[in-house]
Design a protein around this ligand. Structure first.
Ligand code: F6R
Length: 607
């Protein structure tokens, strides 16, 4: 979390930094600051709040054509002006911005304090500025490299020195850092969104690399001073992809983009002639694919929920044992990597530290790990080296929506590919493809309920507790629906298997705890209707998602949200979209900050 940016070029640095920070705000938004250098002096302006509030206190005529900036998601030290970045050394001529956690900061700080350094903040990051200042003997890059030898933990950082005009030094270890190469200007940033309006030419830094930039030049080396030759890559995203394009929130835009994003995830990947999928990015031969004995999926949050759906699907359709596990748990439980296992690390951002660390541990044990990522060039995508890009386009709202349905699409295609090698007939393959190809149109059709969902969200927005209940493939969708509601509306919501409520959660049912039931037209429909009746018998209010002509569900529920009829396996796509809208409209009604809900950040690069 936290977003960092650096700029060297001909323009007013403050404008480039503030605009870039605005683009990085999804990474953290409790406080922010910039440092701009001019005439051998550093000016630091920082404060609690969002970039818009920082902008209010930055003077219009602030001079300086190079500088650094930061938007914070607090880890060490409360949210206040002093703990906001940039941080400086005692003399105030060196400033740093840092994303990550310095795990040994206490010991370093104690030593520095004993040597006479005066600390102003409670952050772990401030030690970096003091250490650089201790090592500084006229060359910032050398001082930064020596400092890095002492740091334990993760960092993406940028450092500036008042006495080295027009120069910035950046480094990365575990937190992303990208170099943007412009015309007579250079950028450093946590991600390409911050620089996209200036340049599409970027270089992705790897862990252990240090970069030094001026407005016209850059060089990259490792910690032992060996130069590293890096390829300049061209970003394919357009600026309009990261604008709201008339929507009041990114979340609304991203929900309504799903017919196209699901289509994009499958485009060019369907092989009609052989009734299978084409996933060249897996880099696996037919024999290797045939030899897979079991599949394991690791991920966090929404990506984990997509993995849970995939586990149900792969096991039931491709008949290969498959499980999904939270990356944060797997990484510390010394997992057994069996021969014949294939792993997927699933991550929208490709930067989630838990998922990245789990993947690294699996690889250390000899596992084959493929990535399913959205952000091209992200750490997980690069370290996996093979996998499936979901091509959702930038997802900016903190609550993940379109990435979920695109991750599902990738898994559905993989299931088709692998099932066709095992037990799925040509005709069944063709049917599966037809169901997949119908999805964009069906998701679009589901939007016809938009106004009704809004009215329901408003009607139910006064309740403080909700249950989300589904079964089979739609059980993980219930978990995801509950996650959406809680993270953006702050209403307490629990997702359960509908079958499971009789084992405990039914005790919560009363007329103040509505239940949202997912009742698709599938083989478990009758069972879920029985669970719904059990809730009704206890005076629980029920909103059911079902096909429009399901008279029994309509008669049982207090309210329904109609979903289009689809192939039995396709309902997760059609169930989640109305749940995303329900959460969105509820949060709107309650006046929440939909795109940037409290305490959260989009890219979770700390443990
Ligand atoms: C929920 C949400 C988070 C992320 C989780 C993993 O709306 O956004 O739960 O899904 O932090 O993020 P990625 O997919 O980037 O690894």
């Amino acid at each position: 979390m936290c977003g960092i940016i650096g700029y060297c070029g001909p323009r007013a640095a403050k404008d480039v930094l503030l605009d870039g920070l605005k683009r990085l705000e999804y990474r953290g938004y409790d406080s922010a600051g910039i440092c701009v250098a001019s005439a051998g002096e550093l000016t630091i302006i920082k404060r609690t709040g969002k970039i818009a509030q920082l902008r209010e206190i930055v003077p219009e005529n602030l001079p300086g054509v190079y500088g650094i900036g930061h938007t914070r998601w607090a880890t060490h030290g409360v949210v206040n002006d002093v703990n906001a970045h940039p941080h400086t050394n005692c003399a105030g001529d060196i400033a740093i911005v840092h994303n990550g956690i310095i795990e040994n900061f206490s010991a370093l700080k104690e030593k520095l304090v004993n040597e006479g350094h005066v600390f102003r903040s409670q952050t772990d990051s401030e030690v970096i500025a003091h250490l650089v200042s201790d090592f500084y003997e006229g060359d910032l890059e050398t001082a930064v490299k020596e400092t890095l030898q002492l740091l334990k933990g993760t960092y993406g950082l940028i450092c500036i020195h008042a006495k080295e005009p027009g120069r910035l030094v950046g480094a990365r270890n575990g937190s992303p850092l990208v170099l943007g190469v412009g015309q007579e200007e250079m950028f450093l940033a946590s991600d390409v969104m911050a620089t996209l309006s200036h340049t599409k030419q970027v270089v992705y830094l790897e862990d252990g690399e240090v970069v030094s930039i001026t407005n016209s030049d850059y060089h990259i080396c490792d910690l032992r001073d060996r130069p590293v030759d890096k390829k300049i890559e061209t970003i394919s995203w357009e600026l309009e992809n990261i604008e709201k394009q008339g929507h009041p929130h990114f979340m609304e835009k991203e929900i309504f983009e799903q017919p196209e994003s699901v289509l994009r995830a499958m485009q060019g990947r369907i092989d009609q002639e052989n009734a299978t999928a084409r996933l060249g990015g897996l880099n696996m031969s037919t024999t290797e694919l045939r030899d897979i004995e079991r599949i394991k999926i690791v991920a966090a949050g929404t990506s984990f929920h997509a993995g849970l759906v995939a586990a149900y699907l792969i096991e039931s359709v491709a008949q290969i044992p498959c499980t999904a596990e939270l990356a944060s748990e797997l990484r510390y439980r010394n997992p057994i990597v069996e021969r014949g296992s294939l792993y997927f690390a699933v991550s929208q951002s490709g930067e989630t530290l838990d998922t990245l660390s789990a993947m690294r541990e699996l690889k250390r044990k000899g596992a084959r790990v493929l990535g399913i990522c959205n952000v091209v060039g992200s750490s997980i995508a690069r370290e996996a080296g093979a996998g499936v890009y979901i091509h959702s386009g930038p997802e900016i709202a903190v609550a993940s929506t379109k990435a979920f349905t695109s991750q599902l699409t990738a898994f559905y295609l993989f299931t088709l590919l692998i099932a066709r090698m095992h037990n799925m007939s040509f005709e069944a393959g063709r049917d599966f493809i037809a169901c997949l190809e119908a999805l964009p149109g069906l998701i679009q059709k589901g939007f016809e309920e938009q106004n009704h969902i809004r009215a329901l969200a408003e009607k139910y927005s006064r309740y403080r507790d909700f249950l989300f209940l589904g079964r089979g493939l739609n059980y993980p969708v219930a978990l995801e629906g509950a996650l959406k509601l809680k993270e953006i509306s702050y209403i307490h919501a629990e997702g359960y298997s509908a079958a499971e409520i009789k084992h405990g959660p039914i005790a919560l049912i009363n007329d103040e705890t509505p239940s949202i039931f997912l009742v698709p037209n599938d083989s478990l429909r009758g069972k879920v209707i029985s669970n719904m009746k059990e809730v009704k018998a206890r005076k629980g209010k029920v909103i059911a998602l079902c096909v429009a002509d399901d008279a029994e569900v309509r008669d049982t529920a207090d309210d329904i949200i109609a979903i289009p009829k689809a192939g039995e396996l396709m309902y997760p796509f059609l169930m989640i979209v109305p749940l995303q809208l329900f959460a969105y409209y509820t949060a709107l009604k309650l006046g929440r900050d939909v795109d940037q809900p409290r305490n959260l950040a989009k890219s979770v690069t700390v443990e």
